[in-house]
Structures are given as structure tokens and as C-alpha cells.
Design a protein around this ligand. Structure first.
Ligand code: MG
Length: 400
């Protein structure tokens, strides 16, 4: 089986309501749907980021992968990695990850095996997912109210738990002053005394604020499963960890690349690394990173970056084939109004089931791809580093 062509279709799926985070607003999910054609008629599906630069990167990558066997992803990624020096990359990590995804979907379809089988086999059939609880603006149509106060956060979390059965709660912070967010956390703790709680300010806090607010939280008797990226970079996280050594510190911002692993471990910057199919450059790179974490006894979870159904399937296959991953994964799935799959995923008691069909085990609804491609063409790429409600605001770190 040989690769004969690769196509990308950018789509934008809106959020139920605009989600706020420390550096802007997520109004939707822009992704590139990949179709990888093979000489025996199989089409592998993958998902990467969307936008003009991504389309250009696909064109650059294409000549190097034509004629290769999609099952041989190490050889294939070796070719694409040639273009990657840490400060410059012709084929960005997220694109390499999407190509590898499409290759393993094609290979799985050819061999009649699910992707998790090609990654070594699954050790679990369903994957637990955390309730991602965001501050948000109200929807444009007015049918979804804003989430602004601590009481709103509690109500929103209660709705999510009722609807999807989540056991683990994650407060997306870095939006309101930290004392106000701490009040929201207190309400969540009172209402859900047994729930593992995460707090993710996306590096909005200075080192001093991080230490002050985490100590205050401890005095209030609130225990966290982990604090995620309280402050910026390996040095900042290392300083926070030195002062607050009894709350696990997780990251999907400060340690996100292969060449940050050794310094991050030497500096003892983090306790838990959040894997990410795209950030880390695909399944194999995540597996390599997890092996390092296991050797150095760092925890492993999984980050969500507003993925659609193909990447969600990829996350579930990776999580299923990663025995060392021990935390419930994150997902934006419940915040997006729709998906591009014929059968969107459904939470059952806070879990997603790992697809069992060949390849990624999911099918794309091409009518929906067409519809959301039109939305992309109309509005362009979603820029989450911007707040349309505060057009002059610039998110300079630290914010608090
Ligand atoms: Mg995060």
C-alpha cells in the first residue's frame, strides 16, 4: 500500500457559547480534515489544525510522503522531522501529527484493526473524561447564559455532571481575579466533596500570586488533584513547586516538546505532563514522552485543544494503548455545538468508549464537513488569542 495523495479541508465548528481563558476567547474550533489516498483505494482520515499556514504546510509535506507505506509511520515521520528545528518548522508538529493519524487510519482499515491495536493494543475499553468548566460569555442568540460569577460556575458544573455523569471537575481559570476563582472552587468543593478537582489558570499568575493563592487555598482546606500551569515557563513552575511542594503541578504549556523534557525534569518544574496528540507530534512521540515520564516517575494525563471527532477518536486510541496514563483526560466535546462524524461521541457516566472499528473506527459526515467548511470560509480561522468583547485588551503575562 502506497500513499498517492493528501488533501485538507478546513472547517470551523462553533462553541455553544464563547469560552474564556487567560489569553482570549474560544468562539469555535477550526480544524483541517485530512484525506490520505492510497493506491489500493483506501482513504485514511486525520485531523490537524486549520488555516492558510496549515494548508501550505500540507503542500510542503506532500512530495515527501507520496509513495511511502502508511503503516510505516516511523520511517514516514523521520522524513517529515527533517523540517523541524525548534525555532523553525516547515511542517509544524500539529501537521505531522495529523498526517500520522491519517496514515494509521488507512493502515488500520487495510489490516482490519483499530488504531489502538497498531499502537500496541488497548489496556482499557473506555476512557474517563473530566468536566471542563469554563467562564464564558452568553451565546449570540441569547439562549445560553453567561458564566461569570462563582455561583454561575457551580450551576454550570452541576448541569454538566447531571448531563454527562462526570466524576472529575476542571475549573478553567486565569480569567477572573484569583480570589474570585478560589470562591468558585470552594463552592465546587462543598457541592462535590469527593470529586477530584483541577484548576488551570493557563499561566495567568505570577510566581508570587501562585504561591499566595495556593497557600490560601490550602488554608481553606481545599485539596486539588493538580494545579495546571499556574505560572509561565519551566523556571516559574519550578519556583512555585519549590514553595508549594504538596500540590501536584501539571502542564500543557510549559513542557510541551521533546527538547524541554530533560531541562524540565532536571529543574523539577512539573509533576504531571499532559500528553497531546497534536502538540507532541503524533502517537509515537506521545508514547516516547510517556516512556520518559515512567522512567522519571512523572504522572501523565491528556490535554484537550478543542478537537473534533477524528482527533477525539485518536485521543481515545492513544489513551487506551497507554497503560501509564492515570488521569481522566480533558475534552471540549460538550462545549462544541456539533461534530463532523456520522455518529458523534456520547459521554456515558463521564466516559467515552474507545471505537472498535478498523482504523480510527469513526466515519465522517461529509455534508457536515461541507457546511462547516462554508462557516470557515465565511469567518476565517478562529483566533483564541483575542477577545472580541475587549478588542483593545492584550493578554500580557502575568495577568494577575
Ligand atoms: Mg491547560
Amino acid at each position: 500500500m502506497k500513499i498517492i495523495d493528501l488533501k485538507i479541508t478546513p472547517v470551523t465548528v462553533p462553541m455553544e457559547a464563547p469560552l474564556r481563558w487567560s489569553m482570549g476567547v474560544e468562539t469555535g474550533t477550526t480544524r483541517g480534515i485530512l484525506q490520505l489516498y492510497t493506491d489500493d483505494g483506501i482513504v485514511g482520515l486525520g485531523e490537524t489544525y486549520g488555516g492558510n499556514a496549515i494548508e501550505h504546510a500540507i503542500e510542503i509535506a506532500k512530495p515527501y510522503i507520496l509513495g511511502l507505506d502508511p503503516l510505516e509511520t516511523v520511517a514516514l515521520m523521520h522524513k517529515l522531522n527533517v523540517f523541524c528545528i525548534s525555532y523553525e518548522s516547515a511542517v509544524p508538529t500539529v501537521v505531522r501529527a495529523g498526517i500520522e493519524m491519517a496514515c494509521l487510519d488507512a493502515a488500520g482499515k487495510a489490516l482490519n484493526r483499530p488504531v489502538c491495536s497498531l499502537l500496541g493494543g488497548k489496556v482499557r475499553d473506555r476512557i474517563e473524561t473530566a468536566a471542563y468548566v469554563f467562564y464564558r460569555y452568553g451565546s449570540q442568540e441569547g439562549d445560553v447564559p453567561p458564566v461569570t460569577t462563582p455561583e454561575d460556575i457551580l450551576r454550570h458544573a452541576e448541569n454538566l455532571v447531571r448531563k454527562h455523569g462526570f466524576r472529575v471537575l476542571k475549573l478553567k481559570g486565569g480569567v477572573m481575579p484569583p480570589e474570585e476563582e478560589l470562591r468558585a472552587l470552594e463552592l465546587l468543593r462543598e457541592r462535590f466533596p469527593e470529586a477530584p478537582l483541577r484548576w488551570d489558570p493557563n499561566a495567568a499568575w505570577s510566581v508570587e500570586t501562585s504561591i499566595r493563592i495556593l497557600r490560601k487555598m490550602q488554608r481553606a482546606g481545599i485539596e486539588l488533584e493538580y494545579i495546571e500551569d499556574p505560572t509561565w515557563n519551566l523556571e516559574g513552575c519550578s519556583q512555585v513547586r519549590k514553595s508549594i511542594d504538596d500540590i501536584p503541578l501539571a502542564t500543557n504549556m510549559c513542557l510541551v516538546a521533546w527538547d524541554q523534557l530533560a531541562p524540565g525534569i532536571r529543574m523539577r518544574s512539573v509533576d504531571i505532563i499532559l500528553s497531546d496528540v497534536h502538540f507532541w507530534g503524533g502517537f509515537r512521540q506521545n508514547q516516547k514522552m510517556m516512556a520518559v515520564c515512567e522512567a522519571f516517575q512523572l504522572g501523565v494525563g491528556m490535554h484537550s485543544d478543542r478537537e473534533l471527532g477524528l482527533s477525539t477518536a485518536a485521543m481515545l486510541h492513544l489513551a487506551a494503548a497507554s497503560p501509564y496514563l492515570s488521569y481522566a483526560i480533558d475534552s471540549h466535546y460538550h462545549d462544541q455545538v456539533d461534530d463532523i462524524l456520522t455518529q458523534p461521541f456520547v459521554y456515558r457516566e463521564g466516559f467515552f468508549e474507545v471505537p472498535t472499528g478498523p482504523g480510527l473506527g469513526v466515519e465522517v459526515d461529509w455534508d457536515k464537513v461541507g457546511r462547516y467548511h462554508e462557516a470557515y470560509m465565511k469567518a476565517g480561522q478562529v483566533n483564541e488569542f483575542y477577545d472580541p468583547w475587549r478588542p483593545q485588551w492584550v493578554p500580557a503575562l502575568p495577568i494577575f
